[in-house]
Design a protein around this ligand. Sequence first.
Ligand code: 2NE
Length: 275
Amino acid sequence: VLWSPAGDYQDIRYEHSADGIAKITINRPEVRNAFRPQTLMEISDALVEARENPEIGVIVLTGEGPNAFCSGGDQRVRGDTGYLTEPGSARAVGRFHVTDLHIQIRRLPKPVVAMVAGYAIGGGHVLHLVCDLTIAADNARFGQVGPKVGSFDGGFGAGLLAELVGVKKAKEIWFLCRQYDAAQALSMGLVNTVVPLADLESETVQWCREMLQMSPFALRLMKASFNAAEDGLSGIQQLAHDANLLFYSTEEAKEGREAFKAKRTPDFGRFPRRP
Ligand code: 2NE
């Protein structure tokens, strides 16, 4: 695949393929692609572009190089109140920028695919969890480290993981902080497939191209439907607003709009009361 640069960033690369795939690459291989606030803000910005761009149908999230997808929060900028945007400065205020990023990935109405080579560890592991699909290389290694480094993710990092691998296994992953290889990850349902490292990108692109052949709105509704069960009212809200998007194109909805604009009483009498 020929990737064309589609944005100017410091911590990530953002690229498009000619046929509708956006690729976001965390580009901090010297720290196993750990993220700092800047990294997450840039991913968020690229996701907005990929969402709004009608040419883009599928988004790939990955890490630079064969050694890591992402090793989680950059511990060098971890302060006492979260991860610091301006470490060392008096204005440094800690935050978890990743909180909103998880929601953004799940809300994004296009499939997001994690392409994992090497380590997906800690917050980097949760990042692949919140993606819709995960394609792993045979050198991938998965695990949580929170309780080892004085952190935890009880949000999607616990709930989604338990849903994927079962509660007992999820507790093992968090309580023992072991690492799991790609074959183990596949057998516990943590990833969709495992391929040789050399084939990782071509396999991922193949999966993306298959999705690009599908009805975009059906994919959107399926993603929202899966999330609705997991996200409670905010998940139902997404699905309901998607239904409203479709309703707006009906004569029935248009009658309400046109009557309002014409300052007349709407005539809904010609529309069926469906059984
Ligand atoms: C990822 C792992 C297992 C890789 O091990 P290895 O042996 O392949 O590499 P090494 O030598 O550990 O790492 C290479 C360089 O990257 C840095 C290392 O310190 C090392 O630097 P130098 O010694 O060459 O200077 N590095 C790696 N991960 C880093 C990180 N996350 N932050 C800063 N520097 C990092 C191994 O490196 C590892 O276990 N990494 C730490 C994983 C970790 O603790 N992640 C944070 C968990 S908490 C979190 O992500 C989080 C959360 O729980 C809640 C909200 C938001 C975030």
